[in-house]
Design a protein around this ligand. Structure first.
Ligand SMILES: [Fe+2]
Length: 361
């Protein structure tokens, strides 16, 4: 795995807040690492590596007791700072030998999700979000599932409307194949896309369906699938070749007390389990190859959102790399004269600007 597979210095959604209960830890793999999530005595989410420092049992098979995570193998307990506070075999109150503490990971909760900071820099103040996306509530429902494809294939698919008349012929019938782009542009950190699909004959065009979508780093996208029905999804990497796809569907037709959640649930189930799993995944699995990037692609106009996403991704990777170079040089400069710094930002900014100018409408 190369360091460039995942976008560094980003908050990634890794779990739905509502699924993490008080007493039972959860084991997950995200961004190539086995992690355990649990809630401490105050209810705050805690994330550490899912291995007991004693003899490597998975801590996620254990329990939360007295606000601590308990290993299921020999009962070692760890507090929310990862510190081992009890080795039962040695006795209560006995000093803990060195090497029994767990490395903790930076997490926070926002928008009904648990977010994980992936990177060496200080965490950003805010998690990324698309402002119009549905928040947790009685008119929403979530779905989640693991898929054996790179998260990049899923992100591409979320910015791709023009596959609909081919891949979804059975569920979205009579969609036109000619793409009319009303917008494909960067709006701050958000890529905004507005597309309609038309039937076309010589000298004649008729609109069929319109879609509005948005994407932002590292793994978020929204699509308005029908008037009043929208979802936000995260295609979070499990590892290079597997993705945890989470989505929250919201609808604005039926209030919660009248079964609004059920309507959102039906839309979510239909879209994820029938449309995405049975139809999209067939194509996405066929795209898998060793290089997760898009260097070998030949894109055309309708792929603008995909080009913009990969442009932002490259910019973020280059910035993280430049920051790492800078900190290496800064620490070396304590002992040797400063030789100058490599600045990769200039060239990256140029290329992103070029993409923005070329791809925006
Ligand atoms: Fe699709």
């Amino acid at each position: 795995m190369t360091p460039d597979d995942f976008i560094p210095n980003q908050w990634y959604p890794i779990f739905d807040s509502s699924k993490l209960k008080r007493r039972k830890p959860v084991g997950i793999t995200r961004l190539g690492e086995q992690l355990v999530l649990w809630r401490d005595g105050s209810g705050s989410a805690v994330c550490t590596t899912d291995r007991c420092p004693h003899r490597a049992a998975q801590l996620s098979l254990g329990w939360v007791r007295d606000g601590c995570l308990e290993c299921p193998f020999h009962g070692l307990r760890f507090d929310s700072a990862g510190q081992c506070v009890l080795i039962p075999a040695n006795g209560e109150g006995e000093p803990i030998p060195r090497g029994f503490d767990l490395p903790t990971r930076k997490v926070r909760e926002a928008h009904g999700l648990i977010w994980y900071w992936y990177g060496d820099s200080e965490p950003a103040a805010e998690v990324p979000w698309i402002p119009e996306a549905p928040e947790p509530g009685p008119r929403t429902s979530i779905v989640q599932r693991d898929y054996p494809v790179s998260y990049l294939r899923v992100m591409e698919n979320l910015g791709d409307i023009h596959h609909i008349p081919f891949v979804h012929r059975a569920t979205i019938p009579r969609a036109g194949t000619r793409v009319e782009m009303q917008a494909a542009k960067l709006d701050g950190a958000v890529i905004r896309l507005k597309v309609s699909l038309h039937h076309e004959r010589p000298g004649w065009m008729r609109p069929t369906y319109s879609f509005t979508s948005a994407m932002c780093l590292p793994t978020l996208a929204t699509i308005t699938v029908a008037k009043g029905i929208q979802f936000i999804a995260s295609a979070t990497p499990i590892d290079r070749d597997h993705t945890w796809l989470w989505a929250r569907y919201g609808q604005s037709y039926i209030p919660g007390w009248l079964g609004g959640r059920i309507v959102a649930r039906l839309a979510a189930k239909f879209d994820l389990e029938l449309v995405f799993t049975r139809q999209d995944m067939r194509m996405l699995a066929s795209q898998q190859r060793n290089n997760p990037d898009i260097a070998s692609y030949h894109l055309f106009d309708a792929d603008r959102a995909i080009a913009l996403y990969f442009g932002l991704r490259k910019q973020a990777i280059d910035e993280a790399s430049a920051a790492a170079d800078h900190s290496t040089i800064a620490s070396a400069s304590c002992e040797t004269p400063v030789l100058g710094s490599r600045n990769k930002k200039g060239s990256t900014a140029t290329s992103i600007t070029a993409i923005s100018q070329k791809q925006s409408l």
